[in-house]
Structure formats: C-alpha cells, structure tokens
Design a protein around this ligand. Structure first.
Ligand SMILES: [Zn+2]
Length: 259
C-alpha cells in the first residue's frame, strides 16, 4: 500500500548541523500529508505531484540519527536525518550596566514586547506565501557574529545567538529575503526598529536594529523589496543587521536557507 501512495520520499541535505533547515520532498498521490520530526509537525505544500515541507533542527538537539515520519490517511513511511555534532563558540562581552540592568518599567516593556514577538513567530499560516529561493537581505554578506554563539554578558549567561549578525552601514538597503506578509513592524526596546515577515508554513524572517522602516503590518511583499535601512536602533554598539529565521517557532540558522 505504501508503495502505491508514496512514489518517493527524500530530504536535503540528509546531514545537518544544529539550527539548520532541511527540506522534505514527497512525490505522492496523497494530498493531505504531514510529517513528524522530534516534536514538530512539518507542513507540506503541494505543487503538481510534489509535496515540499521545511524542518529545522532545534538548538538543544543531541547529535545522532532521527526519523522523519510521514503521516496521512493511507500512508506511513519514514526517512532518517543525521544530526551532526555542532560546536558553537562562546563570546564574552563586557557592556555598560545600563545595557543589561533595567528599571521595572523598562523590564515590563521588554517582557511584553518579547511575548508579542513570540506570539507572532508562533503563528502557523497553513499555506505558502513564497515561490522560489530565499535570497540575502543585503548585497554582499559578511557575518560578524554567527548563529548559535553562546553569550556571556557581564558574567551572566544570556543564552545563544538566535540569528546572524551581518555587516551593514547606516542607511544600507535591507531587502525581504522572500515573498510574504509583514507580520510585525515596530520599535521595540531591545531589537529597536524591527520587521517580521510571514512566509507561510510556519516560516518567518526577522530583521532588527533598522534605522528606518518602509513597510507596515499587513503589507504584501515580493522578494528583494526594500523593507527599510540598516542602523543601530535598540541595544547595539554599532550599526549592523541581525537577521533571524524562525521555523515552527525554533530559531534557525538563516544562512542554511539563504542561497
Ligand atoms: Zn545578533
């Protein structure tokens, strides 16, 4: 029965690092297929007979082989993905106390803004809003701080770097990595001027520390459209672009998806 309904099932790449995005492709006569990977549900979009879904390896995953299990009414099938041991550097920063200690009013504001951001990136638009590859938000990509770096600020562990910092000068054009809808365009305390684009299927890109924003919440965007200009708004020491990518609410390494 499985052979009849599933013509092929593949993943690319089949070996991934922590934080990396992988694609699952299924050729099938079934329309309604889901996949389960660790605790995540991977949603698929169908183009002709090919179903495509995107998964990500959550940051705290132990290296090893994991099954991706396909589920639908008529089909049960699975494929292995190998998660490679991934070493992340530790970065120790000493900053002014005012950058890490907040008044109760500011702490409350930060908490509210963080909760709102989590709400936005936890959405799961069940359809796809893009067509084609993700492209860089800046012309000429130079990473100044990679994904996954463990940060210790003034001796206090601050978790890991949930995106990549890209070299940018004040006023550099920041472009949408792919088609989508603006899910958030705000001035928040820590990220400064920030934009989140919903690309559908639970995929979001996140652009922060902008000098100015040219889009509004609800706007429909095409890949490459200018969403704003780079700057140093929020808690930063110099202009740059922090680019984030969220899939199924997990912070992923954006460079694993961008061509
Ligand atoms: Zn950053």
């Amino acid at each position: 029965m499985t052979l009849f309904f599933i013509i092929s099932l593949c993943i690319s790449p089949s070996e991934v690092n922590i934080g990396d995005v992988f694609r699952v492709r299924v050729v099938s006569k079934e329309n309604d297929i889901k996949a389960v990977f660790i605790e995540d549900t991977i949603r698929f979009v169908k183009r002709d007979t090919i179903l495509v879904g995107f998964g990500v390896v959550p940051y705290k995953t132990e290296p090893g082989n994991y099954w991706i299990k396909l589920l639908s009414k008529n089909v049960v099938d699975s494929i292995l993905v190998t998660i490679l041991p991934t070493e992340f550097p530790v970065e120790t920063l000493i900053v002014a106390d005012t950058m890490v200690k907040y008044t109760p009013k500011t702490a409350k504001r930060i908490k509210n803004e963080r909760e709102n951001t989590v709400d936005v990136i936890s959405g799961a638009t069940p359809y796809i809003l893009f067509d084609g590859e993700f492209t860089p938000p800046l012309s000429g990509i130079m990473v100044t701080s990679p994904y996954g770096v463990k940060r210790i600020m003034n001796g206090i562990e601050k978790g890991f770097h949930m995106g990549v910092d890209l070299k940018a000068k004040k006023g550099d054009e920041i472009k949408a990595c792919n088609d989508g809808i603006v899910a958030l365009a705000q001035y928040y305390y820590l990220p400064g001027r920030c934009v989140i684009i919903d690309h559908g299927l639970g995929i979001y890109t996140y652009y922060i520390h902008l000098d100015s924003i040219l889009v509004r919440e609800g706007d429909t965007l095409k890949r490459g459209e200018i969403i704003g200009y780079a700057g140093s708004s929020g808690r930063v020491t110099a202009p740059h672009l922090h680019l984030g990518l969220y899939i199924n609410s997990h912070p992923a390494n954006p460079l694993s998806l961008i061509e």
